[in-house]
Ligand binder design. Structure first.
Ligand code: FAD
Ligand code: SIN
Length: 540
């Protein structure tokens, strides 16, 4: 079996993985593995932009306050302070790496506005910020001799004490990570990637829901692998639903950026009336949890299928110049957004929880770092403020390399690690099992674990997901691994983590709303929801 050894193994080629790679490459060899073509990531689809304090009218204090307020009491203040203070420096680095952000006529940044922000602070490249960032970072990594990217390579499992030839894990001892077993999808070969520091930058898990803004790669692999390895997982119940995705049978939940509302767009019902004033003083620009819950409530009251985002009152040339991709995409479905309101519905968008990591990106497993959407760094609390996600990935990847560059020097040898053992497995061509199970998971999460939850629905979902996991595990043990199978298995584990976390939180807060406990309860629930697989001791 093939083994590849590096100082740093980065799993994922979105903003978190690539920005880390560019700094890590100054301290050792870097392997980046990525599931598909290298640009394919949530990052590449980001529209609105990146929040940071650049306006003289704004301040770190306001950005901090808005972030804490959206997070509904669960943000870790130290992490948020770091996020907002370091934001402008990290964005300057992006510019040095070649990202061109939109400017105003006086050459200052054209700062947009999004839900929950009290000031204009969203730096953007029109409505395609993500692809501008992704392509600049990829070009910069291409130029670096210490970085190699492996496309179509999927991490299957993290290598820990569980994979030593002489397997012995004394009770209470800490776990270590020395890399990952990786599937080379094209050659159907499993490679042992050894590394002194392993970086989880695998992004989110939106694909666990039937309707999502996330691309197909977002199957929660990092969270599922870390959970199976014994890492601490936090706050998985806080799944963010974006209020406005295009409602059209062929649109695959295409995002209509919150920046459209920041530009003056107004949410309206089918009869043309605006409704958000009833729910929040910021009306259409309220934080996302409030807007998504309001839309859900209005649709249920009226039995209607969508609401409308109206930007027809704004100058049409200005709309086309600011949102060229959204304009073109909607036009391809015969919706001219300068003349007609856009039909929109909420869809799963962002995981606020994830692998627990500290402000240096360190997880509870030694040698394993996590940041970006896969992680729970504590900055988002119970609801992420718009455009704080790309920022989080940048800030925490920087903090992580400051630690990891020293950590790798302390690792002088690898233990005796077993090869991947797939004896007794066969190539089953039962694709129908995989596609059927995937749709079943997505549908049950959408129906029972969506914007509005209840004990009855969550318990039903938990019973079903446990059956599905048993079935998948049986199939997995006798089947040669494929990308479809490993993704299905990971989706099932992530679904279970979301359901179990939601069942534990007996209150409503931020993105978690349950009809059985409809109020926020600070007396008992002002704390993170922590899940660990077994009693193996992990972390600080
Ligand atoms: P990603 O960019 O998702 O990258 C994950 C990488 O990991 C991918 O390369 C993937 O292939 C790889 N990967 C996953 N599993 C494996 C595996 N098992 N093996 C190997 N590789 C693997 N946030 C903002 O702040 N501002 C915005 O304007 C904004 N707009 C958004 C619009 C859309 C449509 C979406 C979907 C999200 C948006 N977000 C936005 C959220 C933001 O884009 C993401 O949270 C952020 O890009 C995550 O970056 P990341 O590097 O952590 O993960
Ligand atoms: C958007 O453009 O609405 C997405 C912003 C985000 O998810 O932060």
């Amino acid at each position: 079996m093939k083994t590849i050894q590096n100082e740093f193994l980065i799993i994922g080629s979105g903003i978190a993985g690539l920005s880390f790679a560019l700094k890590a490459a100054e301290h050792g060899s870097v392997a980046i593995i990525t599931k598909k073509e290298k640009a394919e990531s949530n990052t590449n689809y980001a529209q609105g932009g990146i929040a940071a304090v650049f306006s003289p009218d704004d301040s770190i204090k306001y950005h901090l306050k808005d972030t804490l307020s959206a997070g509904a009491g669960l943000c870790h203040p130290e992490a948020v302070q770091l996020l907002v203070e370091q934001g402008p420096n990290r964005i300057k680095e992006l510019i040095d790496w070649g990202v061109e952000f939109s400017k105003s006529s006086d050459n200052s940044f054209d700062l947009g506005r999004e839900g929950g922000h009290s000031k204009n602070r969203i730096i953007h490249a029109k409505d395609y910020t993500g692809s501008a960032v992704e392509s600049a970072l990829l070009s910069a990594t291409k130029r670096h001799p210490n970085i190699r990217i492996y496309e179509n390579h999927s991490a299957i499992e993290l290598i820990t004490e569980h994979h030593l030839r002489q397997r012995s894990i004394p009770a209470g001892s800490l776990l270590h990570c020395w890399g990952a077993y990786v599937l080379n999808e094209e050659e159907r070969q499993i490679i042992t990637f050894l590394a002194k520091a392993t970086i989880l930058a695998t992004g989110g898990c939106g694909q666990v829901y039937y309707h999502t803004t996330n691309p197909r790669i977002a199957t929660g692999d990092g969270v599922a692998m870390s959970y199976r390895a014994g890492a601490v997982i936090a706050n998985m119940e806080f799944m963010q639903f974006h209020p406005t995705t295009l409602y059209h049978p062929q649109a695959e939940s295409f995002l209509i950026s919150e920046a459209v509302r920041g530009f003056g767009g107004i949410l309206r019902l089918g009869d043309g009336s605006s409704f958000m004033e009833k729910y929040h003083p910021m009306a259409s620009l309220a934080p996302r949890d409030i807007v998504a819950q309001a839309i859900d409530a209005e649709l249920k009251i009226r039995g209607e299928e969508c609401v409308y985002l109206d930007i027809t009152h704004i100058d049409s040339d200005a709309v086309k110049a600011r949102f060229p991709r959204i304009y073109e995409k909607c036009l391809s479905f015969n919706i001219d957004i300068t003349k007609h309101p856009i039909p929109v519905v909420p869809a799963a968008h962002y995981a606020c929880g994830g692998v627990q990591s500290d402000i240096k990106g360190r997880t509870s497993i030694i040698g394993l770092y996590a940041f970006g959407e896969v992680a729970h760094t504590g900055v988002h609390g119970a609801n992420r403020l718009a455009s704080n996600s790309l920022l989080e990935a940048l800030v925490f990847s920087h903090e992580a390399i400051c630690d990891a560059k020293n950590f790798v020097k302390t690792v002088t040898a690898f233990p005796d690690i077993a090869e991947w053992d797939d004896s007794g497995t066969f190539n089953h061509e039962e694709w129908i099992l995989i596609s059927h199970d995937k749709i079943e998971i997505q549908q049950l999460m959408w129906d029972y674990v969506g914007i509005v939850r209840s004990n009855l629905r969550l318990n039903r979902a938990l019973r079903r997901i446990k059956l599905i996991i048993n079935e998948i595990e049986r199939f997995y043990k006798k089947t040669k691994i494929t990308q479809g199978l490993l993704e299905l298995r990971n989706l099932a584990y992530v679904a279970m983590l979301i359901i179990e976390s939601a069942l534990r939180r007996k209150e409503s807060r931020g993105l978690h709303y349950t009809t059985d406990y409809p109020h926020r309860n600070d007396r008992y629930w002002l704390k993170d929801t922590i899940v660990v697989r077994n009693s193996q001791k992990t972390g600080e």
